[in-house]
Design a protein. Structure first.
Length: 296
């Protein structure tokens, strides 16, 4: 029995378009986990809400000129999570390793941001992490937890050991995180910088920072958007990106080097579906942009 059969149960299908697993290039996986959430909870409900939203918005991307209907996509269902973060991350890592070995591109629907740690540890060597996020998440410990959605990026740096970490849309930090980012060589681009320099210059800066990177893990915390555009996130932070700037920048930096990705931190109980729709569109735009560059 494979890990995906052992640790996953079927769900409604993301986008409504389903290819057989053997024929799929991209594999969706829900991770309904929010055990370490520190302010709002509810990200465990996001995989279902985002899938439902994906069935009710149009699937054609005017940015990439691609349609999700034409992308070979398979939705595995949801990971069997537990209240033990380490066990959940261990299961996720095993499933992601198996998917990568099968030459699939995993696309995770969180869940809290801690899940990135489990997935990133499955990538191996010689990769970069590209993170759209209001927060740096580089604390060493928070509320007596070393592994949580506030510390996970520090654990990613220590355990998964990516060559580079680039955080985009930063606007909520503490002095401890700033000191660690400087010491560890972690680059971040603030919301203020993005607005001042614009999408084109910011995308060029990210491309320069990535350099000759061959593999990228892309993670999107939906709190990168201003709460006006995505109110139902677990830790909303004012002064965020507007939706059109976010999608333009995301599309500009998304390419065939992405080997795995996630969209996280949506807490559906805190709005009437707007944020889940934004998350579904985010996944549509990412998958479309990857497929466009692969076809080139």
């Amino acid at each position: 029995m494979s890990y995906k059969e052992l640790h996953i149960s079927p769900s409604s299908v993301f986008s409504g378009f389903q290819k057989p697993f053997t024929d799929a290039s991209y594999v969706m996986l829900g991770v309904p986990f929010d055990v370490t959430s520190t302010y709002r909870t509810g990200a465990r409900f996001a995989p279902l809400a985002i899938r439902e939203a994906s069935l009710n918005i149009e699937t054609y991307s005017l940015r990439s000129k691609m349609d999700i209907e034409d992308i070979s996509l398979h939705d595995l269902g949801d990971l069997h999570v537990t209240s033990d973060a380490q066990e959940t991350l261990k299961r996720l890592e095993k499933v992601i390793r198996e998917l990568l070995a099968s030459k699939k591109t995993p696309a995770l629907i969180g869940g809290e941001h801690t899940i990135t740690l489990g997935a990133a540890q499955a990538i191996g060597k010689d990769f970069a992490v590209l993170d759209f996020d209001a927060h740096l998440d580089l604390r060493d410990e928070y509320m007596n937890l070393k592994t949580s959605h506030t510390t996970f990026m520090r654990r990613v740096n220590e355990k998964a050991k990516p060559d580079k970490i680039i955080e985009i849309g930063t606007r909520a930090v503490c002095k401890e995180e700033l000191a660690y980012a400087k010491k560890a060589g972690i680059n971040f681009i603030t919301t203020q910088q993005i607005r001042k320099e614009g999408v084109e210059k910011t995308a060029a800066k990210i491309d320069k920072l990535l350099g000759n990177t061959k593999k990228i893990y892309l993670t999107v915390d939906m709190d990168v958007l201003d709460p006006a555009f995505a109110p139902a996130v677990q830790n909303p932070e004012p002064d965020g990106l507007c939706s059109h700037m976010f999608y333009d920048l995301l599309s500009a930096v998304t390419d065939a080097r992405i080997v795995a990705l996630d969209v996280v931190e949506v807490a559906p109980p805190y709005d009437n579906g707007v944020t889940s729709i934004q998350a579904a569109k985010t996944l549509f735009e990412i998958l479309s942009a990857i497929e466009k560059t692969r076809k080139k």
